[in-house]
Design a protein around this ligand. Structure first.
Ligand code: PMP
Length: 379
């Protein structure tokens, strides 16, 4: 067992050694600018195209439908702002209450400059209501942005059904697939979405690289202007990171979601053992329709922050919700939207990754049983 027992893979993942090795030559040896026309540049350009090919294959997209960005936050912002700039006469957007901060904050800004944003509510299990979605669509709705899977509770959302509802209407559909990519198969041809975002660091590639899929013929205005990425994302390409992402995607393609089955087994084993050994806990989210790796779990009367610190003293790393909100001492907006009783049941999020082992899961279970007993006695 390694020293660090890392169970926070929805926050970020470790860069795989193979990915790191694939990136290395592009810092010191093959450092050419892909826009240069001599060999040092063209060779690098070819490698970027290989990475693009892998991403296109993973999503069942066309090569030209993929652009590289600095991460999912940029991809999300780009997709939303492009929709805004392409629809100057329309003012209404539909999203949900449980999106990632990069979507929520973009929406907040748009509201501040006069846009109307409907945030679909969710039920106690974090599910959206498609009937509500249908009712909220207006003649001036130009964009619907709904995530494919939630980072805190792991819920998977019905993207195909939503696309069916939108079909034939003059509305762009964006999905933040950051937590879904690599865990569930995605086929953009089948889904009928206009834009899709994801990030390298959730799939064992480095932080600071991401993808935006832009369906052919989707009207598009860049966020960053320049000639790279066929004029859709300016700035000299982050060559090593793009190549790293290409390698990480190659590993996902080779694995063909076998890891997801293994991870689900570990997650289900964890929850069963908790059930067999600890009383009075709840699991947030839609337990029957979740990502394979996520368990958002709360133990009655146990403060999540205290629990997290206790676990850290045993070298176990989990989160209290979304890492992106951890600097803000506010309760999770996702769990608030689910009407969660966070006073009595404050949750920790356990998110299992490709490199976690059963031995580690057993250690986490054993430690949790011990720690919960101590904390409950103390309070
Ligand atoms: N969307 C979701 C659902 C996420 O979980 C994250 C990362 N926490 C992001 C977007 C942002 O990704 P990045 O860090 O690459 O900007």
């Amino acid at each position: 067992m390694s020293n660090i027992i890392y169970f926070d893979n929805n926050a970020t993942t470790k860069c795989t050694q193979e990915v790191f090795e694939a990136m290395e030559p592009y810092f010191t040896k093959q450092f050419g600018n892909p826009s240069s026309i001599y060999n040092l540049g063209t060779e690098v350009k070819e490698e970027i195209q290989k990475a693009r090919k892998n991403v296109a294959k993973l999503l069942n997209a066309e090569l030209d439908e993929i652009i590289f960005t600095s991460g999912a936050s940029e991809s999300n912002t780009t997709a939303i702002m492009s929709a805004v700039r392409n629809n100057p006469n329309k003012k209404h957007i539909i999203t949900t209450k449980i999106e990632h901060a990069s979507i929520m904050e973009t929406m907040k800004y748009l509201k501040s400059i006069g846009y109307e944003v409907t945030h679909l509510s969710v039920d106690n299990f974090g599910r959206i209501d498609l009937q509500q979605l249908k009712k909220e669509i207006r003649s001036d709705t130009f964009l619907i942005s709904i995530m494919m899977a939630n980072n805190e509770i792991g819920n998977i959302y019905p993207i195909k059904e939503i696309a069916e509802i939108i079909k034939g209407k003059d509305i762009l559909f964006h999905t933040d697939a950051t937590q879904a990519v690599g865990k569930i198969p995605i086929d953009v041809k089948n889904l009928n979405i206009n834009t899709l975002a994801f990030s390298g660091h959730k799939v064992n590639a480095p932080k600071g690289v991401g993808v935006l899929y832009i369906k052919k013929d989707t009207p598009f205005v860049p966020l960053i202007f320049g000639h790279q990425e066929k004029n859709r994302r300016g700035g000299t390409e982050n060559v090593p990171y793009i190549i790293g992402l290409g390698k990480a995607v190659e590993l996902i393609l080779e694995d063909n979601y076998k890891s997801s089955e293994k991870i689900k087994e570990l997650r289900d084993y964890f929850e069963t053992e908790i059930k067999n050994n600890i009383e009075d806990f709840i699991i947030y989210g839609d337990v029957n329709n979740r990502l394979c790796n996520t368990s958002n779990i709360a133990f009655k009367g146990v403060n999540a922050e205290e629990l997290l610190l206790m676990l850290e003293s045993f070298n176990i790393y989990v989160s209290t919700g979304s890492a992106c909100n951890s600097e803000i001492a506010e309760p999770s907006h996702v769990l608030k939207a689910c009407n969660a009783d966070m006073q009595n049941y404050s949750p920790i999020r356990i998110s299992i990754g490709k490199y976690n082992t059963k031995e580690e899961v057993e250690y986490v279970i054993k430690t949790l049983i011990k720690v919960i007993r101590i904390l409950r006695k103390k309070n």
